[in-house]
Structures are given as structure tokens and as C-alpha cells.
Design a protein around this ligand. Structure first.
Ligand code: HEC
Length: 133
């Protein structure tokens, strides 16, 4: 019996870090590889990223030198508390990151890049967004 409990405990312990490992990988992909925060986090008056509104959506502080059709001046909240998460769901956001196309069948407006990430990476990114409120 004691042995069995020990085994269950070990399984539970292995289960937990896996989730946070996934979110940690997502954080790395978002913050270091893709740098989503450059457009999805507002800046303070002194021009630094406002860490109190991390990935909560922003008005961009740059624009193209010549006209770009469909240019979007704002970016949405990417955290699990945001409207996008409620509208698209985890699967919708994952699919978008894999294909560059949202659930409505459209690509996002510029300057949002059309990422075509591996499913594992898209999953990790969504796990990270889930950890943000
Ligand atoms: C160069 C600026 C920029 C970067 C970098 C960027 N985004 Fe965006 N993103 C935008 C803008 C602007 C929009 C709004 C476009 C629209 O509504 O069509 C947007 C929209 C989105 C949307 C909603 C798309 C839609 O069609 O409504 C998602 C999801 C998203 N971004 C996720 C991400 C993720 C995840 C990353 C990093 C992996 C990222 N973005 C990096 C600028 C950016």
C-alpha cells in the first residue's frame, strides 16, 4: 500500500512540472524567439515595455514609411483574460499560430506576422498565455 501511494505521488509530481515546462517553453518562444511583446504590450511614457500590462494589447508606437493596406494600429490582449481567448478558444489560437489564419478563415492585418509554427510550439505558447491573466 505504501509502495502504491509512493508510486501515485511520483506520478503526480511528474505531471505538474510538465505543465509548467510547457508554459516555460511558451514564454521563451513568445518573449525571446518571436518577441510578441514588442507589439502586444503597451509602453510607458519613457518608452519601456509596461510590465504591469504584459501582452494585454497595445496601440502601436510605429507606422510604415509608405501606405500599407489594412495596417492595424492596435493589437489585442493575448492573455487568458482577454476577449480573443474567449472568442477563439485555445484551439483557435493554436491553429492561428500554426497556419496564420484565424477561425474566421482570414489572416490577421499587418503588421501582425503570419507565423507558421509547429503544433508543439503553438501549444506551448497557448499554455503560457493561459498562465497570464
Ligand atoms: C510587429 C508587431 C506584432 C508582433 C511582433 C506580433 N503581433 Fe500579434 N498582432 C499585431 C497586430 C497589429 C494585430 C492586430 C491585427 C488584426 O486585428 O488583424 C495582431 C493580432 C494578433 C492576434 C489576433 C489576430 C486576428 O486576426 O484578430 C493574435 C492571436 C496575435 N496577434 C498573436 C501574436 C503572437 C502569439 C505573437 C508572437 C508569437 C504576435 N502576435 C506578435 C502585431 C504584432
Amino acid at each position: 500500500m505504501v509502495k502504491l501511494l509512493g508510486l501515485l505521488c511520483a506520478t503526480a509530481l511528474v505531471g505538474l512540472p510538465q505543465d509548467s515546462d510547457l508554459a516555460a517553453r511558451g514564454k521563451y518562444l513568445v518573449e525571446e524567439a518571436c518577441r510578441c511583446q514588442e507589439c502586444h504590450t503597451p509602453k510607458t511614457e519613457t518608452g519601456e515595455l509596461d510590465t504591469s500590462k504584459w501582452l494585454k494589447g497595445a496601440t502601436l508606437d510605429f507606422q510604415p514609411m509608405h501606405e500599407v493596406k489594412g495596417w492595424h494600429k492596435t493589437s489585442p490582449d493575448l492573455t487568458s483574460a482577454g476577449r480573443l481567448f474567449a472568442r477563439w478558444g485555445e484551439a483557435g489560437i493554436e491553429k492561428f499560430l500554426e497556419t496564420g489564419v484565424g477561425p474566421s478563415g482570414h489572416a490577421a492585418d499587418p503588421p501582425m506576422p503570419a507565423y507558421k509554427l509547429h503544433a508543439d510550439d503553438a501549444k506551448a505558447i497557448v499554455a503560457y498565455f493561459k498562465s497570464l491573466k
